[in-house]
Design a protein around this ligand. Structure first.
Ligand code: ZDP
Length: 280
């Protein structure tokens, strides 16, 4: 099975074209491939499929084999893969995902994909869309009881669920303890990605993330988008914000047309082949 290893700010993925796939048990394949000791090592497995409604279709599986609706860093890596592995020569690509059609624009430098600006579509704020339980319309600055401690959270879906909390210092958060507790909190029936945000000023924030199904990662594109929407909803920042993540920076804009635009890099580390013929 031929693959490429590509990361967006250290959020790393194994990308495989559907023609290379040894079987269709993608859950098992993702668990094996993502394992950093017994596999290739990645935060997710991304598969390239043809689409009937867009140029291509992307599917993304987390470290635990669960399938995510969308993946912001992943879609930049996906777009880079398509262009540099000659599956397309277009600079604007439409990609079908479980969160709808997402449109990356490639910025080419010396024949290589340098930056990718992605139209991530509209944020979804209704509880039923996140999804979060309860009747209220939105989850904005709402108290959440996590084993007796109260966190004030804002819920945003970028196709996948995110729970955002503002804190004074992100580095003080014990992410591997609180992350999984919020991820599996009964408020979120599909579980949730968990972001902690430190506001630097009206145009800059710091973020750390615990990802649903994958744990701590160095960056999360959908999480950065959801966090900037949460910042604007809570009047913490303007709508165009630089997001500092442990793996690097993303530029996020929640534009007047209600679409969120994400700009960032994608880097190919290597290509390889993995022996993965049997479904056992
Ligand atoms: O929603 C989820 O289950 C996420 N773990 C999917 C991956 C999100 C990602 N980190 C991103 O950049 O949006 C790839």
């Amino acid at each position: 099975m031929k693959f490429a290893k590509i990361h967006g700010l250290g959020n790393d993925f194994v990308i495989v074209d559907h023609k290379e796939l040894p079987h269709d048990d993608y859950k098992t394949l993702a668990i094996k491939v993502c394992d950093r000791h017994f596999g290739i090592g990645a935060d997710g497995l991304i598969l390239v499929f043809p689409s009937e409604i867009a140029d291509f279709k992307m599917r993304i599986f987390n470290v635990d084999g669960s399938e995510a609706e969308m993946c912001g860093n992943g879609i930049r890596c996906f777009a880079k893969y398509l262009y540099e592995h000659d599956l397309t020569h277009e600079k604007k690509i439409t990609i079908e995902t479980l969160a709808g059609i997402i449109i990356p624009h490639l910025v080419i430098n010396n024949g290589k994909v340098d930056q990718v600006r992605v139209d991530m579509g509209e944020p979804r704020l209704k509880r039923s869309e996140i999804p979060a339980t309860g009747n209220e319309e939105r989850v904005v600055d709402e108290p959440l009881d996590v084993k007796g401690q109260i966190y004030r959270i804002t819920g945003v879906s970028m196709g996948n669920p995110h729970c955002i909390t503002f804190v004074d210092h992100v580095d003080d958060i014990v992410l591997d303890v609180i992350g999984p507790m919020i991820e599996s909190h009964p408020l979120f029936p599909q579980k949730t990605n968990v972001e902690f945000i430190e506001v630097v000023d009206r145009n800059e924030i710091k973020m750390r993330v615990w990802e649903r199904g994958s744990g701590i990662t160095l960056a999360c594109g959908t999480g950065a988008c959801a966090s900037v929407v949460a910042c604007a909803l809570n009047n913490k920042t303007e709508r165009k914000v630089k997001v500092h993540l442990p793996g690097g920076d993303l530029l996020i804009e929640w534009a007047e047309n209600n679409h969120v635009y994400m700009t960032g890099s994608a880097t190919e580390v290597f290509v390889g082949e993995m022996e993965e013929v049997h479904n056992s």
